[in-house]
Each structure stands twice: as C-alpha cells, then as structure tokens.
Design a protein around this ligand. Sequence first.
Ligand code: HEM
Length: 400
Amino acid sequence: MTGDIEDFDVSSDWHVADPYDFLRRLRHERPVFRSEHLGAYVLTRYPDVRAAYGDPRRFSSEGSLTISRSLTRETREKLGEHGSFLSSFVANVDPPDHTRLRRSVSKAFTPRAVAAMEQEFRRLNEDLLDRLEPRKSADFVGEIGHEPSIKLTARFIGVPESDEAFVQAHVKDWFQLFLSPQPPRRQLELADSFLTYLDYVDRLVASRAKDPRDDFTSLMTSLIGAELTHREVVELISTILLGGNDTVPNQLGNTVLRLLREGAWPVPPDLVANAAEECMRIDGASLGSFRYAVTDILLHGVTIPAGALVLLSTDSAAHDESVFPEPERFLIDRPNAAEHLVFGYGIHFCVGAALGRLQLRTALDVLGRRLPDLRLVPGAPVAHRKSIVGRGLTSLAVEW
Ligand code: HEM
C-alpha cells in the first residue's frame, strides 16, 4: 500500500495508522531523510535517534516546539507578547535555562509524590466505571480514556473541580492554535480562547501566591523570583495541563486497541507492566521530537546544514529490527520492550514518565478487573487523529 510513497504525509490515513513499511525503507535506504513535506531532516535508526537526543549541543531544543509558523499577522498582533508562547517552556529551551527549569519542575515529580497519586487515580477510574458499567458499551476515547487523567492532572495542578471543563476546552483550543495549521478566521477565535485561558492561569497563580495549598501551582509559585519567572510558571502549568490531558489518554487508547486486537485482554496482573511497555513501543502516543542542527552535521554521508529542523523519529526507532527483533509483532513479554524512546532520552527525558506509566498500569489493572470481557464493537471504524508528533484515536467503540 505504501509502495509508491516517497515522503511523510501526515494528512493521509496510512501515515497515521501504519507507516511502518515506509519507515523500514527509510532506516535501510535513507537513514538521514530530507522530508519536503515536513520541512525537516528525519532520523529513523534507533542508535541515531538516541544519540541525537543525547547530544543537545549539536541538536538544540531552542524553539523546537514552537510550530506557530503558520499564524497570520492579524493573529500574531492579537496575541501580542504571547505570539511566541512556549518560548520559555522546559522542553523548548537548552541549558543553562533548561537545567534551572528542570530542577524546579522535578521538585513536583519526586517518586513519593508520584506514588501518592495512585490511589486517587484508581478511585477516579472506579468512579467512572460505576457510572458506565451498566450501559454495556461506550466510546473508549471520549467516555473512558480521558476523564480520569484529566481529573488527576487538574487536581495535581490545583484547578478546582468546578473549573475543569472550562480549562479542558481552552487547553484544546490552545493545542490547535499552536500545533496544527488553522484557517485565518479560526486562528482568531482560537487566539481569543487562548488569551482567556492565560488570564485564568494568571489568576490561579496570583491566588496561590496569596494562599498557598498542597499543589503544583503553589509549589511553582513559591519559586517565582528565586528560580523562576512568572511567565515560566504560567507556561509550565499550561503545558503540564496539556501533557496530562492528552498524552496519557492517547497512549491508553492505543494500548487498549492493541490488546483487544491481539486477544490479550484482560492482561494478567503480573504482565501488566511489561504489556504497557510493549504497547508504548509498538503504538507510541509520541512519534518523535524536533530539534535544530546547531552546526553542520555529517551523518551516513548526508550533511544536515546548521539551522535545519530535524525530526528524531522515536516511532521508527521503536520498530528498528536491530534492537527489537520482529518489530511488527506484539510480544507481551518482550524482554527489552522498555527500551523504547517514547518518553524521549537524555536531558529532556519526560519528567512525567513515572506518572504516565503509573496511570497506564493502574488503568489496565482496574479496567481489566471491572470489564474482563471488553471487546471492540464489530465493524466499527477505527480512525486516528492526524498529527505530526502524536498518535491517538479519534474514537473507539467498545462493548462488554
Ligand atoms: C504516555 C504519556 C507521555 C508521553 C508519551 C510523553 C512524551 C514525552 C516526550 C517524548 C518528551 C521529550 C520531549 C523532547 O525531548 O523534546 C517529554 C517531555 C516532557 N513531558 Fe512527557 N510524555 C507523557 C506524559 C507526561 C505527563 C503525564 C507529564 C506531566 C504531568 C509530562 C510532562 C512532560 C514535561 C514537563 C516534559 C519536558 C521535560 C524537559 O524538557 O526536560 N509528560 N514527554
């Protein structure tokens, strides 16, 4: 099916659902691939992807997330100083700023703090199933996968329950505005929504400055002046809300689809941890990260010029047969499944990885116990979202 395809094409179904023939050809024939469609060089071999993540001096993160090139002048004017939003987000900067920001944000993700969230997350899943179980069917993506993660993240940040829906709607708009090209009129609507959202986060920070509580916003707010600026704190809160609202539910949807298709449901408790890793490997919710080449970089006979955008394809790395034998096979007990790079690698390694893993395992445990005969609704279509950096489903009809 992908025989004639010569470039990435994120707008087509094969690319988001099953790009693995294409990626294998790139690994074998063109390990440093210049994609006209992405406007970037693409690294596809596991050792190259890992080495690039591990070499921030040559592969810079500065501005790598700011995919706002498609914004019109009118939208930029409306956004004013926020037009380059994310410019001080931890994943979007290099050392020494990165070192300082990372130190601050890590304070909230200690192993103890993460472990303490398990009970809450379990309860959120149980509550949801108490409501849904009698119905005997649902859209996994819209009705099961997202709610517990969104609520957990909101509580972690310190968003009151009454504001959760407001925050969720605005975070979605924000994501659309900055991470996927939009027509001009839609850009202006999304920009309005985004400014309203920023104003909300501003007020949340101000209220925690006056009246600190036991939450992420209070902890980060207490560092303003000493380690962080006000803007950095607002960006951290906003992006963590986004991270928690989107990546884990996407990964859970991909995971459940894979397990059901493979006839591996429910996962025996002693295999849950490895099954989650194998699902992250074979159907990762993150497809890779962008970097900028700092100098000319010669690799496999190709010179990546200084200033060029480079995509480190963790999706391809996870299917690299030199590291994962028979990569297209799902092996629930694959010994090195956890060597996937879906959380990145090196100094930017996902700060929420332990929390993401905890949520996946807990959800598989609770869902497997409560809905042991979960199955796909026969004939229901399975559609993927069209995105350069993330893989997720738009809906997944299930019954039990
Ligand atoms: C399955 C779920 C998740 C996936 C697949 C994922 C993926 C990633 C990846 C690939 C990176 C590296 C980006 C880069 O190097 O450019 C990253 C960084 C990051 N992630 Fe996650 N993530 C997940 C869950 C989370 C959660 C739950 C949180 C927070 C609550 C989070 C917060 C962050 C932050 C703050 C960074 C930036 C770290 C830095 O630059 O030092 N992530 N994530």
